[in-house]
Design a binder for this molecule. Structure first.
Ligand code: URA
Length: 433
């Protein structure tokens, strides 16, 4: 088999066989195919597309390119939740404790943030002492004992995807539904959970800008997961507005604790409950409404908060920071953003808010950048809110005035004020099963 022939076949719009897809994935991972040939094939796929069978084959091939976690050593029902990436998205840190407190085994590997989107692992590392890289045996033992472990992705989970995604990033071939679906699902399949719920974001801060394309992506991922023998559901949610009020690692942990204390942002709470109820209903076969009520009870009776504390303690973190969130890192320098106009907030561009957080030090522009856990943004006004001259829209936190000034300029372009109250936006569009 020759990569040249595979490129030519896809260039001419034909369907690739499983053997051809396996050949590309294996040979490229083993560095026996050059980047320029892999790029040509990815562009041919981008332009001519792949059908469902090709997409499933690509997913399976990438999943098998590294370790396939066997979760059979875990007693009970395993579940995983994945978000396609957003600004202020801290739902995993609420959903995992809720589900674990109701008996689901949450053996979860998460990623780090890059660009305008944050990552669960960085958020957890803002808790003093929290170890995100425990070994596999300790990971399984912890899940069996307390029902939950949250660690960083192991080096060898879907290595083919790692290489291909890095190449797509620099060859303008990211935004293709088959390539995104196979990339995300290869990691989820390799991570081993039997039940998988996806939060597919749509809007300005997301890969999918409109509901239709988010639905297409979600349907494709649900089909792939089912073909690979997993129970699947996907919830399509709004990323035109940042989720909750806090953006930045320690600030987001504080918001997680607020929700688990049955307080905090209503929309964030609602999304966490919808995702939890979806996991519980596909995993246990519970009626969705019952699952929702049970999930909500874990917030009112404190069991989900206790589960977070058990998790933090098991992984070496300082639980006093959960009991008293003022102990979490917070930058000393801050800047209030005030309005100079009366009216209503018409829109907030999530992507720009995320990019402003990166300028403050809360995220990374490139993988090697270090993070300032205490940096970030608290939003006091969001889309639809009434504002008067002098009201505080947000407070920015950073370790220097220079960073605050740079971020202020960008942040000021993220929101628009107008005279009319804008139509209310939906947070949750639909669920696909
Ligand atoms: N996230 C991924 O892991 N892969 C993509 O292709 C897009 C988002």
């Amino acid at each position: 088999m020759r990569i040249y022939d595979i490129i030519e076949k896809k260039r001419d719009g034909h369907k690739l066989t499983k053997e051809e897809i396996d050949f590309f994935v294996q040979e490229y991972t083993a560095e026996r195919i050059e980047d320029y040939q892999a790029s040509a094939l990815l562009m041919a796929i981008f332009i001519n597309g792949m059908d469902e069978e090709e997409t499933v084959n690509l997913t399976e091939s990438m999943a098998k390119s590294g370790d396939m976690l066997d979760l059979s050593a875990i007693d009970g029902i395993t579940a995983d939740k994945h978000s396609t990436g957003g600004v202020g998205d801290k739902t995993s840190l609420v959903v995992a404790p809720i589900c674990a407190s109701l008996g689901i085994k949450m053996a979860k590997m998460s990623g780090r943030g890059l660009g305008h989107t944050g990552g669960t692992i960085d958020k957890l590392e803002s808790i003093e002492g929290y170890n995100t890289s425990i070994d596999t045996d300790a990971f399984f033992k912890q899940v069996n004992e307390i029902g939950i472990a949250l660690i960083g992705q192991t080096g060898n989970l879907a290595p083919a995807d790692k290489k291909i995604y890095a190449l797509r990033d620099v060859t303008a071939t990211v935004d293709n539904i088959s390539l995104i679906a196979s990339s995300i699902m290869s990691k989820k399949i390799a991570a081993g959970a039997q039940n998988i719920v996806l939060d597919v974001k749509c809007g300005s801060g997301a890969f999918m800008k409109d509901e239709q394309s988010a639905v297409e992506l979600a349907e494709m991922m649900v089909k792939i997961g089912k073909k690979c023998g997993r129970n699947m559901a996907a919830v399509i949610t709004n990323m035109d507005i940042p989720l909750g009020s806090n953006v930045g690692n320690a600030l987001e942990i504080k918001e997680v604790v607020d929700i688990l204390n049955n307080k905090g942002d209503e929309q964030l709470r609602e999304l966490c409950l919808v995702l939890s109820a979806t996991i519980l209903s596909i995993s246990y076969g519970w009626d969705y409404e019952d699952a929702y009520i049970k999930a909500e009870n874990t917030l009112t009776d404190g069991s989900a908060l206790n589960k977070l504390k058990e998790l933090v303690s098991a992984q070496g973190g300082n639980t006093q920071m959960i009991d008293n969130t003022s102990l979490l890192p917070k930058c000393d320098n801050s800047l209030e953003i005030k309005t100079n106009q009366d009216g209503f907030i018409q829109s907030i561009d999530s992507k720009i808010v995320g990019e402003s957080a990166v300028l403050l030090g809360a995220g990374r522009e490139k993988k090697t950048d270090t993070i300032d856990y205490g940096a970030g943004i608290i939003l006091y006004k969001k889309t639809g809110d009434k504002v008067s001259v002098g009201d505080t829209v947000a407070i920015l936190y950073a370790d220097s005035d220079e960073k605050l000034k740079n971020a202020e300029k960008l942040f000021n372009t993220s929101y628009k004020i107008g005279a009319e109250k804008p139509c209310e936006q939906k947070l949750i569009y639909q669920t696909i099963r």
